[in-house]
Design a protein around this ligand. Structure first.
Ligand code: GLN
Ligand code: ZN
Length: 825
């Protein structure tokens, strides 16, 4: 008999109940007891939904973040909150969210900048203070944003001084962000299993076959940061006794299996970290519970031997992304150990091919017998909760597309079907298998998925790129940057240190209201268009008054930089409730790229030419690049990512060429998410960068020499991807730099980056208004590294989360600074 289990269930709730309960509590609108009750209800409901599995995860529920829960479990609270009195849950939120009175850089706000479907799309790690984020009035993009800063009031005010939030970063290559554990050389750990035991007791009372889930000691150390630069591995000896104590406590509760997550095993590990695995699990082996060491998100490769031979009762591997590991692992695995294979994709939303999976599983089942376990590839935290919600009134996915999809609840149904087929024979689930087969066939055959015209264009472009004459390659500019720059200068006539902005201007309450009313049908198309044009005109006039050199239209018509384009492309669909937790109460709703991508008609030309008609100054066309579209979507599993990316590239290329034809002289193609698509293993970086950069080049490089291409990236680590950045060959790249004091330009200097750069001169995540002298001094630092003739002056990122009252003085100072620099030049 095969055993079925789940690694983790999404906790936000099918209707984001947890989000709303948290935000209401944080605003002081509901009690702690009400929040706790919502937590209990969600856990109970989610266990119910996992009914019928042989083992169900417990401890995967969290009020904010499972890594932060682990830190609390291990008694690893940052020193700065250790003196806090009062309720433990409040203390927990203080670490999670910070409690600031001063205005500091706000992660949430940064996330709002980078956007991605309605809630918020975080882009990079940063320290979090939601307090700062609120000044912008929420995510700046649509409904899902209202929540208040942690306010100091009542007892809280005298118990605790302002405190910085824990730093946040991406959980492996997912869009989930965890609170980074903090370490220092002298620290100690102390078990506090209360939260886990509480959940365990609830599960027992409900009759759940509970399998507690914890993060393993090696991964816990690996994903944290030593504040004092000390060696994290040196803490292992102090950490292990606490894990051992925990296992004893769980054993005393009658727990048989504990799932210990060690996803770090799918990354490249040096000797010391490999050794830590052996040390850790040898020390933990004498305890009475059985350990299932779980890995996911990638391939084990040369860590397979290490995993197979750890002294534990079982291991779980990701058989979606790491399928090739499985058979070798079976041969390595000592014959008493359980092998759990994650055969259902926990990172995507497509139905599993049950026939094919059963064919693949059959010999494994034969060989392993009772030792074979089945599960999703990883925790279902990374997919939406329940597809059934999409059939509700007002939902936007049609029945055909729905029939191809499986969210968390449906994935567990698939798991049950697979197990029954293996245990009782496929006839026992004939109806289910037939239905699955029919759904897959419908997807495969659908003309909405396969578009011969798109495939023909892709083929032609492949052939053209393979051909050697550069002048005929579609991804290649006609001349080198130096030549283009001269032709562009003759047309654009810009001063030294030209000034520009990154695209968006404040998304005001009026803009959001107009969008809502339009969506609801209460504002007709003409009324909506007029409202947007009025905003565009306002942006243009403000920029002229500011005396900026290259203008933008301000992006009022965009709720979100990916969704806006996805909605206009063939091959994209949008769910209504397909929310996935990004961090804390924040969720994203990634668009679904389901079919061959094409662009039925221009997407931005009307707005851009209208904006251009209002001014003599150059107006930048503003597009989202193919790699960012891809990385912020659920994408097809029936073709490589690189192919989907190339289709996106061709569709956006059409837009670029239409803009050029319409007389637009400067076109910016944002690639905010290019870096975050880097694979977990460094050895695979180059392959990704190759196709990602090629896609960008296809999009951008079909234009004449005279057309100036900009790109924008809002992050600051370029060192290890410099060659790829240069290969994109944008005439101008604008980047985030202000907080690094221009030091990150070292990478560009060392590389002798030949094209133009606009290093951001002020941090748009903060409401602070830079003064001109600051900007001058930053640009002087920039000019020490980059030839002044190559420098532009601009903010770090778009201004959509700011207020006009902040934007105007900030840009005034920026323009004044540029004028000062010109005089000195
Ligand atoms: N053009 C976009 C804006 O200004 C860029 C956003 C981003 O880089 N995340 O909002
Ligand atoms: Zn940006």
């Amino acid at each position: 008999m095969v055993t079925t289990h789940n690694l983790g269930f999404p906790r936000i709730g099918a209707k984001r109940e947890l989000k709303f309960a948290l935000e209401s509590y944080w605003k002081g609108q509901s009690s702690r007891e009400a929040l706790r009750a919502t937590g209990r209800e969600l856990r109970a409901r989610h266990w119910q939904e996992q009914d019928g599995l042989d083992l169900v995860p417990v401890g995967d529920f969290s009020f904010y973040d499972q890594v932060l829960d682990m830190s609390f479990l291990l008694g690893n609270l940052p020193e700065r909150v250790q003196g806090f009195r009062g309720d433990m849950l409040d203390n927990y939120f203080r670490v999670a969210r910070g409690r600031s009175v001063q205005r500091s850089f706000g992660y949430a706000e940064k996330a709002a900048q980078t956007a991605g479907a309605t809630d918020v799309q975080p882009a990079v790690a940063a320290s979090l203070s939601e307090a700062a984020s609120k000044e912008a009035g929420g995510a700046g993009n649509a409904a899902d944003s209202a929540f208040a800063p942690p306010v100091a009031s009542g007892a809280d005010a005298d118990c605790c001084p302002p405190v910085a939030a824990g730093e946040m970063t991406k959980w492996f290559d997912t869009n989930y962000h965890y609170i980074v554990p903090e370490f220092s050389a002298g620290m100690t750990f102390r078990l506090d299993a209360s939260r886990l035991l509480e959940q365990l007791a609830e599960a027992k009372a409900q009759g759940v076959k509970a399998k507690p889930v914890i993060i393993g000691p090696v991964t816990y150390l690996a994903i944290g940061k030593a504040r004092d630069g000390s060696d994290r591995l040196a803490l292992l000896d102090r950490l292990l006794p606490v894990y051992a104590e925990l296992l004893d406590v769980l054993a005393a509760e009658g727990v048989e299996w504990v799932q210990v997550d060690e996803p770090i095993l799918v990354t490249e590990l040096d000797k010391a970290w490999q050794h830590a695995f052996n040390t850790a699990y040898h020390q933990l082996k004498s305890h009475r519970v059985k350990l299932l060491v779980a890995t996911y998100f990638g391939q084990l490769q040369d860590n397979a031997y290490l995993l197979a031979n750890l002294p534990v009762a079982g291991v779980h591997v990701d058989a979606v992304r790491g399928r090739d590991d499985v058979l070798p692992l079976v041969n390595l695995l000592p014959s008493h150990k359980v092998l759990s294979v994650g055969v259902i994709d926990g990172r995507n939303i497509w139905k599993t091919d049950l026939d094919a999976t059963l064919d693949w599983l059959a010999p494994l089942a034969k060989k392993l017998g009772d030792r074979l376990w089945l599960a999703p590839s990883c925790s279902l935290l990374h997919v939406p909760v329940d597809l059934a919600s999409e059939a509700d009134e007002g939902a936007s996915l049609d029945a055909e597309i729905r029939s191809w999809l499986a969210f968390a609840v449906q994935k567990l149904d698939e798991l049950r079907v697979l197990a029954r087929a293996l245990n009782e024979g496929r006839d026992a689930v004939k109806a289910e298998l037939d239905a699955n087969r029919a759904a897959l066939a419908s997807r495969r055959r659908s003309p909405r998925v396969t578009d011969p015209a798109v495939q023909a264009v892709v083929k032609a472009v492949d052939a053209a790129i393979a051909q050697t004459s550069p002048s005929l390659r579609p991804d290649q500019r006609l001349s080198a940057h130096a030549v283009r720059a001269q032709k562009q200068a003759a047309i654009l006539n810009l001063p030294p240190y030209p000034t520009t902005t990154i695209g968006s201007f404040p998304q005001t309450a009026e803009i959001r209201l107009a969008r809502r009313e339009h969506k609801a049908g209460r504002l007709d198309d003409a009324g909506y268009e007029a409202a947007m044009k009025e905003e565009i005109a306002r942006c243009v006039h403000e920029q002229e008054a500011l005396d900026l050199d290259v203008l933008v239209h301000g992006e009022p018509e965009r709720n979100d930089m990916v969704e806006y384009f996805g909605e206009q492309l063939q091959g994209y669909a949008f769910s209504r409730f397909g929310w996935v937790q990004s961090y804390g109460s924040r969720c994203v709703k990634p668009p679904i790229l389901f079919g061959d991508i094409s662009r039925p008609q221009p997407m931005t030309v009307g707005w851009t030419t209208y904006a251009q008609s209002l001014t003599q100054r150059p107006m930048k066309g503003m597009l989202t690049g193919p790699v960012t579209m891809l990385n912020w979507s659920f994408v097809r599993d029936d073709q490589p990512r690189s192919v989907s990316c190339r289709q996106l590239a061709l569709a956006i290329r059409d837009e670029v060429l239409d803009l050029e034809r319409a007389g637009v002289k400067v076109i910016q193609i944002d690639e905010a998410a290019l870096r975050e698509g880097l694979p977990l293993r460094r050895a695979q970086w180059q392959a990704y960068l190759d196709w990602a950069v090629e896609s960008f080049r296809i999009t951008a490089n079909g234009v004449q020499d005279e057309t100036q291409i900009h790109t924008h990236m809002c992050y600051s680590e370029f060192n290890d991807i410099m060659a790829a950045i240069a290969a994109m060959d944008a005439d101008v790249i604008t980047i985030e730099t202000s907080r690094s004091n221009m030091e990150l330009l070292d990478a560009f200097e060392d590389f002798r980056y030949p094209n133009d750069i606009g290093p951001g001169v002020y941090d748009i995540h903060s409401p602070n208004i830079p003064d001109a002298a600051q900007v001058v001094s930053l640009m002087q630092k920039a000019a020490e590294r980059i030839p002044a003739a190559h420098l532009w002056v601009n903010p770090d990122c778009g201004l959509k989360t700011r207020q006009w009252a902040e934007v105007i003085p900030a840009l005034q100072h920026m323009v004044a600074a540029a004028k000062t620099l010109r005089q000195a030049a």
